[in-house]
Design a protein around this ligand. Structure first.
Ligand SMILES: [Zn+2]
Length: 355
């Protein structure tokens, strides 16, 4: 089971065809045992009889699955009526939530995907290198390369100068090999690590595209993988915050010159619906009540029980969740931030592809 962004395509377009609350979304860290039963009772009371029947059946399926698959930090999306079941595990802590809606609740996955972007670590000295590919907070790939540099030339009364020259040559050959291996894996979010000068030497000989992808250099012992992994998490977290800061700077300047930016719920919602939003930034933990009419595909904020356009019953939605879902569907990059500027101009802002 894999999570983070690769699971989003299978979830963002799923929707109950009759606009009934049939999709159960459960995020659970595995700790508070009563959490699920507690939420289950409340939700059951609030559903229509048909929805309640589907809900009970769906929860039964989920419980059966959970008895067989003991895990912590997982998410399950299921609907008995729609014959839908998807389970994901996460390598990081998630927030407990159990909800029922017309479609799966993806907000938290989008948030995790933003917080845990993929990166690659190169831990090396002059004759040994390990390349670790991380995605969604855990190792996805590992490559081990080593060179037998000293031993080839150690013996045989060679002059010191000649020995040094040969050694330098074999280090270059080795580092070139490592660079080739790295280039096959990634071109971005590269962290170089190791003791001494080898990482600098390595960086200097990388093709320009890979050099641009290097985001940090870390001094660590060649055996200290664990220390490096922890530091990499910090580096990526800082990088994410910095990107969001720069993005908000850009949004502010675009707003000032009336350029390619939208802000606020209604304006951003309209822009994502038009497919204009290239990057969306959402204030963390923001929610906003709204309604949706499936008939007219109309989504607005506020509380309206009957659609003013067609007279059909509406469903209550969290507008923020809807904006995120539409943004994901239209290929926008979605980020989450606690920057206080979002409290003034948010809770959602978007950079536009065109106007
Ligand atoms: Zn309508």
């Amino acid at each position: 089971m894999k999570a983070c962004d690769e699971s989003l395509p299978g979830l963002i377009n799923v929707h109950d065809p009759d606009n009934e609350n049939t999709f159960v979304s459960l995020y659970f860290d595995g700790s508070e045992e009563h959490f699920i039963s507690h939420r289950e009772k409340v939700i059951h009371c609030l559903l229509t009889p048909d929805e309640a029947k589907n809900f009970l059946k769906t929860m039964e399926t989920i419980q059966t699955y959970l008895t067989k698959n003991k895990a912590a930090n997982y998410a399950i999306f299921a609907s008995d009526k729609n014959n839908f079941f998807k389970a994901l595990t996460f390598p990081m802590a998630i927030k407990n939530s159990l909800s029922v809606d017309v479609s799966p609740y993806i907000h938290q996955i989008a948030e995790l995907a933003d917080a845990w972007q993929a990166y690659t670590l190169v831990l090396l000295n002059s004759n040994h290198a390990k390349i670790f590919s991380f995605s969604c907070g855990e190792i996805h790939g590992e490559e081990d390369l080593s060179a037998d540099i000293m031993n080839k030339h150690k013996k045989g009364g060679m002059s010191q100068a000649r020995f040094q020259r040969l050694r330098k040559g074999s280090i270059d050959v080795f580092l070139t090999e490592v660079a080739e291996a790295l280039g096959k894996i990634t071109q971005e979010n590269i962290i170089l690590a190791g003791p001494g000068e080898a990482k600098k030497q390595f960086r200097d000989m990388l093709p320009i595209q890979l050099q641009k992808g290097v985001i940090a250099e870390v001094n660590v012992d060649i055996d200290d993988e664990y220390g490096l992994f922890n530091e990499a998490v910090e580096i990526m977290s800082e990088k994410g915050k910095e990107e969001h800061r720069l993005f908000l700077d850009l949004i502010q300047s675009e707003i000032l010159k009336n350029g390619l930016a939208v802000y606020g719920i209604q304006e951003t919602l309209t822009a994502v619906k038009n497919g204009q939003v290239e990057t969306l930034l959402v204030e963390k933990d923001a929610t906003q009540k709204g309604w949706i009419c499936e008939q007219c595909q109309r989504i607005e904020d506020g509380t309206v029980s009957v659609c003013p356009g067609c007279g059909k019953d509406t469903s209550q939605v969290n507008i923020i969740e809807e904006i995120i879902k539409i943004a994901e569907r239209t290929g926008a990059i979605v980020g989450f931030s606690q920057d206080e500027r979002l409290q003034k101009i948010g809770p959602v802002v978007g950079l536009l592809r065109y106007k």
